[in-house]
Design a protein around this ligand. Structure first.
Ligand code: NAP
Length: 299
């Protein structure tokens, strides 16, 4: 194993690099951490090449790039640009987790999968999922992870279906998955979506309730509802922060709450940093790797 000092270059297209991610990287073991802000896609190649050529190739596995921000597609594009910028044998590892969304989505999907398996004896194949907050980064990543596992995923639009249609098209083009965009703006539309769903992901903005007690009463097919929102009121009325497969009040489904998900999210993000630190080869980590680790963590 290389004894080179572990260095992490943390890139954000936004005005700030997330303090949460900086702390996670330090606690995982990075000794030198440098944040870069307002980074554009075009700047990734020169930054990566500047980093690789300053260290001997075998030190490259101790050089990491982290990509944050708030835009999943841009983060994936930056990751791809970083990979393409490498000039073998010069190397480094890259990990993308914009707004913590890849590890949060991975954790939510892994927690719900555990409940589906142990309480209902089933997996994702053919499971009907409704994603609220589908245009957000957590909604986006959780839709793709579950669609890749064979679920039938509906992206629910709360204001204009065009934006979720666009999101579904991007997911098809990039990952080959078929996501269904549905309008969920009126009470009737929402009622039909909730009636049909076997799993609900509540991934809307903090403090936004997307499913009320009255709407839960329509959830005749619902097995599990998961909620990532920890800011009151809950995304799903009656959800408790630490629920992890317990009955959700006022319906027949089970609940998975934000702090049960948050615990696995935290361990997943930390675990991916540690994988980069321990690996003898350069890694490239996105929501698929996050899901693989989150699955192990909940098992
Ligand atoms: N538990 C954890 O460990 C953890 C970790 C990270 C994040 N989170 C939580 O995860 C959630 C999603 O985060 P994110 O970063 O993906 O957020 P985001 O990118 O800002 O997306 C928020 C989503 O909520 C939708 N939305 C906003 N207002 C709404 C409303 N009134 N009704 C229905 N949908 C609405 C937005 O739709 P439009 O854009 O169309 O308005 C968007 O799809 C947040 O609650 C965040 O706090 C939890």
């Amino acid at each position: 194993m290389s004894d080179a000092t572990p260095i992490l270059h943390m890139l954000s297209p936004q005005k700030h690099m997330s303090p949460f991610d900086v702390n996670m990287a330090a606690d995982a073991g990075y000794k030198v951490i440098i944040p870069y802000i307002n980074v554009t896609l075009e700047e990734v190649t020169p930054l990566v090449q500047d980093a690789i050529f300053s260290r001997p190739p075998d030190y490259g596995v101790r050089t990491g790039f982290f990509i944050g921000g708030k835009d999943a597609i841009l983060a994936l594009d930056m990751m791809e640009a970083a990979r393409k910028a490498l000039v073998p044998p010069f190397q480094l590892s890259v990990f993308a987790d914009p707004a913590g969304s890849f590890t949060t989505a991975a954790a939510m999907v892994a927690c719900v999968e555990r409940v589906l398996r142990f309480k209902f004896g089933r997996g994702w194949k053919g499971t009907r999922i409704a994603v609220f907050g589908a245009t957000g980064v957590v909604g986006f990543a959780s839709s793709i992870i579950t669609a890749l596992e064979g679920a039938q995923v509906r992206l629910v639009a709360h204001r204009g279906v065009e934006r979720v249609i666009k999101s579904a098209a991007v997911s098809k083009e990039r990952f080959g998955v078929d996501l269904e965009a549905v309008a969920g703006e009126t009470e009737d539309q929402k009622r039909q979506i909730i009636e049909d769903a076997e799993v609900i992901f509540a991934a809307a903005a903090a403090g936004v309730q997307v499913i009320s007690k009255e709407q839960k009463a329509f959830a005749k097919n619902l097995l599990v509802a998961a909620d990532v929102n920890a800011v009151p009121p809950p995304g799903v009325e009656g959800m408790e922060l630490f629920m992890n497969g317990e009955p959700l009040p006022d319906c027949n489904a089970l609940g998975v709450g934000p702090l049960a998900i948050g615990d696995i999210k935290y361990k997943t993000e930390s675990g991916l940093f540690k994988q980069m630190l321990a690996s003898d080869e350069a890694l490239s980590l996105d929501f698929r790797h996050a899901f693989a680790l989150a699955r192990q963590l909940v098992a």
